[in-house]
Design a protein around this ligand. Structure first.
Ligand code: BES
Ligand code: MN
Ligand code: ZN
Length: 503
């Protein structure tokens, strides 16, 4: 695993394989960012000119390698782009995270690197540490030994140079970034694990094991307990699979907690669509349909590792959505936890069914707020693209708070409405509600469905991460191919705000 530390050495004097410097796009071409001074001296002050000759412009995503001159201990210089130069020394946190991530990816296979990036304050230290640790992520658990031996290891050691080492705020920034990055990487691992390895029981077993390591209380309801307890939504979705469903409760408590949060995650370990089977072309990445549950689990672990003064309960609604002779049929009516009935018109609208049970169950414990996270609808991807998640809520001010938390945490999101007129489309001639409504605004329809199950008086928000949970394109910045860890930072931010009593 990759580690980050603060170093007091000068960039040129550190024993490392590579030194990373940053460049930016100035009005008259490429400029060096603060941190690059000692390296530039070794180039006789010509580093910017050399990099320009090599085609670098300072644009975001720029990544140029060149041999180090005499006067630099490392053998390689890597220059990464920050985008537009800013007034003064402060760069946007996201630009720093992306540049650090690009650098860590470019140095895959190296052992140790000095990151001589602009570290103006603790926020910059945290951004660089986080971006680097996320960028270094790889997923090799399912490569054969032979392929592994021929492959390379991620960058192992990252020394941040130019930031004060004794500074408490800088040290805390590295510690926080390490926890958040490791928990995002845990989320990514869970998402990337193929569905023949990660299914409801194996996921629950992981939560039990990891939960124990971090002093969390874990309770698992198996199919017998779910049936007995009346969890008709989770059972209805999981009943077609040879791998039965689970509802996992994973709780972190702090004796001085002022507020209690419930996080709920959609944990469909594979979404085939069920009897309303998805066509080829739509099911290849559906191992990602447990991204919400993975994010929730990781956020609870992060809250524990950070020792936040808050109670956080994670509810993971785990099921595999499969077609079979025992599967729920379109037309079936399910009796949900709490007694509401749902006519299942499309078995591919399964996420809302497992979430509804969990929302009612979580509400029984009267938390101050419920936040659910789900790869819920293709419609949300249509609306917001693949890098932005949608936020819906039962109170505008709570939705604004969640949006502000996501933004502060560095996650791209957007507030979405829950227009009351869309409820009509879900009217069922047979049951209390149908699991499908108008096709237009399908992401909002799903949100309205969930809202029906939220107990009176509890603030609730719904994050539809169908777009950003799983990245199919080329890696960029600190985002790899596959699971991204979307929503983890937002949940941790919310837990932090609640620990200050500010939610
Ligand atoms: N898991 C999917 C949503 C999804 C699609 C996530 C693409 C990530 C990428 C969800 O269960 C689903 O199938 N939703 C349907 C709902 C429809 C049948 C009302 C959809 O969006 O098409
Ligand atoms: Mn589905
Ligand atoms: Zn799904």
């Amino acid at each position: 695993m990759t580690s980050v530390s603060l170093s007091t050495s000068a960039a040129n004097a550190l024993r490392a394989d590579a030194v990373v410097v940053a460049v930016a796009k100035g009005p008259k071409g490429l400029v060096l960012a603060p941190g690059a001074e000692t390296v530039d001296e070794a180039f006789d002050g010509k580093l910017a000119a050399v990099l320009t000759t090599l085609g670098a412009t300072g644009a975001e995503g720029d990544s140029v390698k060149l041999p180090a001159p005499a006067g630099v201990k490392a053998s390689l210089i890597l220059a990464v782009g920050l985008g537009d130069a800013t007034e003064g020394d402060a760069f946007d946190a996201e630009a720093l995270r992306r540049a650090a991530g690009t650098a860590a990816r470019a140095l895959h296979g190296s052992k140790k690197a000095a990151f001589a990036l602009p570290l103006a304050d603790a926020a910059a230290v945290e951004a660089v540490a986080l971006g680097a640790l996320l960028g270094a992520y790889t997923f090799t658990a399912f490569r054969s030994e032979a392929a592994l031996a021929g492959g390379k290891d991620p960058l192992a050691e990252i020394a941040l140079v130019g930031a004060k080492r004794g500074d408490k705020a800088n040290k805390a920034a590295v510690d926080r970034a390490t926890v958040v990055a490791e928990e995002m990487n845990r989320t990514r691992d869970l998402i990337n694990t193929p569905p023949n390895d990660l299914f409801p029981k194996s996921f629950a077993d992981i939560v039990t094991t990891v939960g124990k390591e971090h002093g969390l209380k874990v309770e698992v309801l198996d199919e017998k307990a779910l049936t007995k307890g009346g969890f008709g939504g989770i059972m209805g979705v999981g009943i077609g699979s040879a791998r039965p469903p689970r509802l996992v409760k994973v709780a972190y408590t702090h004796p001085k907690a002022k507020q209690t949060l419930a996080f709920i995650g959609k944990g469909i370990t594979y979404d085939s669509g069920g009897i309303s089977l998805k066509p080829a072309g739509h099911n290849e990445t559906m191992k990602c349909d447990m991204s919400g549950a993975a994010a929730v689990f990781a956020a609870v672990v992060a809250a524990a590792r950070l020792g936040l003064q808050v109670n956080v309960t994670g509810w993971l609604a785990l099921a595999e959505n499969m077609p079979s002779g025992s599967a729920t049929r379109p037309g079936d009516v399910l009796k949900m936890y709490g007694g509401k009935t749902v006519e299942v018109l499309n078995t591919d609208a399964e996420g809302r069914l497992v979430l509804a049970d969990a929302i009612v169950r979580a509400g029984e414990e009267k938390p101050d707020a419920i936040v659910d996270v789900a790869t819920l609808t293709g419609a949300m991807m249509m609306a917001l693209g693949s890098r932005t998640f949608g936020i819906m809520a039962n109170q505008d001010d709570f939705r604004d708070k969640v949006f502000a938390a996501a933004t502060a945490a560095g996650e791209q999101s957007w507030p979405m409405p829950l227009p009351a007129e869309l409820r009509k489309g879900m009217e069922s001639p047979t049951a209390d509600i149908a699991n499908m409504g108008d096709r237009m605004g399908g992401g909002l329809v799903a949100g309205l469905f969930l809202q029906e199950f939220v107990a009176e008086g509890i603030s609730w928000a719904h994050l539809d991460i169908a777009g950003p949970a799983f990245h199919e394109g080329a890696p960029y910045g600190y985002i790899p191919k596959g699971g991204t860890g979307s929503a983890v930072r937002t949940l941790v931010q919310l837990a932090e705000e609640a620990s200050a009593g500010a939610l």
